[in-house]
Design a protein around this ligand. Structure first.
Ligand code: FAQ
Length: 333
């Protein structure tokens, strides 16, 4: 689903070390008034150092998640069941890489170069989403990712597209259109397995059981232990808390899973009709922190693939950066 329509954003020319300056209280108050009025902040506008730093962290992690996120499903392109499923999967994986491009561009507007971001990914300094550190063992895993991880991403992105930083919001709007299509293809593959043969349904149930804890982790730690939420929500970068987004996801998708006769591996999962909130057993948060800090089942493999791609693509980047010379080897007619 990669078409035209997105205008690449101009970078902010301010040097990164300007972030070290103490804030001017009047400028800070004027900035916060703009946020309260719901105005968009643009790259050339004054912004507090912490706002810029937080945005770089968050958008960069998001960009890394898209390009690493293409890998688990990407391993199934050659094994997708049938020509139409293969075509849809190729298009989806290509879209995810495109989302990475849009997001790196949005992060670059804040003054960090793409090269620096990629270096921080490859060195393990930058994080990316926990979910992509697990293997896609069967075709049912692809259906679970396409349906439920794309759904989880949409819950987060539709909310944050209404946030305060113009380039990130515009990138998210574009991404959400494409993610909605991904969700449909994931849901379609999911339903096909759910109403298929007993073996297909069992394969789907197994994938769902394995992916449920990482999906619960996806929205981040519980609000009481989220280090960035308060500041990000005050500045309207994050438009809902981790627990609220998790709750929105459960509200929209648990009924869809149950109505297909599937179960979820949490006996405590239920909606409390009095509070209107979903109750669940806390997933293992120690596992979450291990995985996001580089010790998940696939962290090493994911970074190894990215390093390989970085090395193999170096000559292409070098060729693209060459100045255009007067004499072309192959004259254009
Ligand atoms: N994974 O204080 P908080 C997709 C870290 S795109 C890894 O609550 P925050 C598309 C967090 O960075 C998926 N790390 O953090 C697709 C922080 O560590 P730090 C990605 C996580 O930022 C679909 C620490 O924990 N989406 O899936 C995670 O306020 C299918 C404390 O946490 C985005 O990135 C996690 N899940 O809230 C592609 C959206 N959660 O940096 C292919 C933008 C938390 O201090 C196939 N990001 N951490 O060392 C956000 O909305 C936020 O960053 C949250 C976390 C909500 C993810």
């Amino acid at each position: 689903m990669y078409g035209g329509g997105y205008i690449f954003e101009e970078p902010n020319k301010r040097p990164l070390d300007a972030d070290q300056q103490p804030e001017d209280p009047e400028k800070l108050a004027a900035f916060e008034d703009r946020i309260t009025r719901g105005e968009k902040i643009e790259p050339g506008d004054w912004m507090p150092a912490a706002y810029r730093k937080q945005l770089i962290r968050l958008i960069e992690q998001h960009a890394h998640s898209e390009i690493i996120g293409a890998l688990p499903e990407g391993t199934w392109i050659t094994r997708a069941p049938g020509f139409k499923r293969k075509l849809a999967l190729i298009a989806k994986v290509q879209d995810e890489i495109g989302h990475g491009q849009l997001l790196y561009n949005a992060a670059e507007t804040l003054g960090k170069s793409r090269e620096a971001m990629i270096n921080d990914l490859l060195s393990g300094k930058s994080k990316y989403s926990n979910v992509f550190n697990y293997p896609a063992e069967t075709w049912a895993d692809v259906a679970v990712i396409g349906f439920l991880i794309d759904a989880a991403a949409i819950v987060n992105q539709v909310a944050n597209a209404k946030g305060s930083y113009g380039p990130y919001c515009r990138a998210l709007e574009r991404i959400c259109y494409e993610e909605s299509f991904h969700l449909k293809q994931g849901h379609d593959a999911f339903i096909e397995l759910a109403i298929g043969t007993p073996a297909q349904k069992a394969m789907l149930q197994d994938a769902l059981n394995r992916w449920w804890p990482p999906i619960m982790h996806f929205f981040g730690p519980p609000d009481k232990s989220s280090s960035h939420s308060e500041q990000l929500m005050r500045w309207k970068v994050k438009m809902a808390s981790n627990d609220d987004m998790r709750n929105q996801f459960l509200e929209a998708y648990v009924p869809k899973i149950w109505e297909l006769g599937l179960t979820l591996p949490d006996p405590a999962l239920m909606k409390n009709e009095i509070t209107g909130r979903w109750e669940y057993t806390d997933p293992d948060w120690d596992e979450f922190f291990r995985v996001i800090n580089g010790e998940g089942p696939c962290n090493a493999e994911r970074l190894q693939v990215r390093k390989w791609a970085e090395e193999q693509g170096r000559w292409v980047r070098k060729a693209l950066m060459q100045p255009i010379t007067e004499k072309r080897a192959f004259p254009v007619a």
